[in-house]
Design a binder for this molecule. Structure first.
Ligand code: ZN
Length: 223
């Protein structure tokens, strides 16, 4: 028996990256509302390991791509967007969580506002062993959500949009966003880590399980 081979990264090379970036930069302009489509589960780039950023884009191209991704994330609306979600196999993501939530919801999910953050070549490591279990969704799996157990706190190493190496710690909902978006850059979707029986279509979630904590869903769906 041999282990199944990992997803072949061979089609995902710098030529592929260049073509994908050119397609987005030539067709999109956040000022006129021309935004890229968010690709859905089944798109191969979502399942590939994205290429580390090593200077393949000129600084002005990277800045434009970040602007486009930020506008796309806000329009969706979402709290994060990774480059593979617009078909670009690059280790780049934008995160922002400034939505108003009820105090009850914020407390249950340890949800604190997150200012716009751009992360390049990120890696996270859990801090401690505490896990948090909550419903989450993904702009690339539109219409669904499921419960994922994630590290309650993580340390993130990344480069910022100017290429400066940084480390930061994140807890609560911010830590969840960081893990979800970084996972995208390694071909992992939240459904890979979710409790399968927790899976909900959005309408059913809203009808039955839209509580800040998952206790009722856990009992009602048997996961
Ligand atoms: Zn996602």
């Amino acid at each position: 028996m041999t282990e199944p081979s990992p997803i072949e990264p061979s089609p995902i090379d710098n030529a592929y990256l260049r073509a994908a970036v050119d397609a987005v930069l030539s067709a999109c302009d956040p000022n006129s509302g021309d935004l890229p489509a968010i690709v859905q589960a089944g798109h191969p780039v979502l399942r590939a390991r994205a290429l580390p950023f090593t200077g393949q884009l000129a600084p002005d191209e990277l800045a434009r791509l970040i602007d486009i991704m930020t506008a796309t994330m806000r329009a969706a609306p979402g709290v994060g967007l990774a480059a593979p979600q617009i078909g670009i196999p690059l280790q780049l993501a934008v995160l922002e969580d400034l939505y108003e939530v009820t105090p009850e919801n914020a407390a249950a999910r340890a949800r604190e506002p997150l200012e716009l953050l751009t992360i390049v070549n990120p890696r996270y490591t859990p801090l401690g062993t505490e896990l948090a279990s909550h419903y989450e969704g993904c702009l690339s799996m539109s219409g669904w959500q499921a419960v994922v157990d994630r590290a309650a706190s993580v340390k993130l190493s990344y480069d910022d949009d100017h290429g400066t190496a940084r480390t930061a710690t994140f807890t609560g909902w911010q830590a969840r966003i960081v893990q979800h978006e970084t996972d995208h850059l390694f071909g992992t979707l939240y459904i890979d880590k979710a409790h399968p029986r927790s899976l909900c279509a959005n309408a059913e979630y809203a009808r039955y399980w839209a509580n800040p904590d998952i206790a009722a869903a856990k009992a009602g769906l048997n996961f």
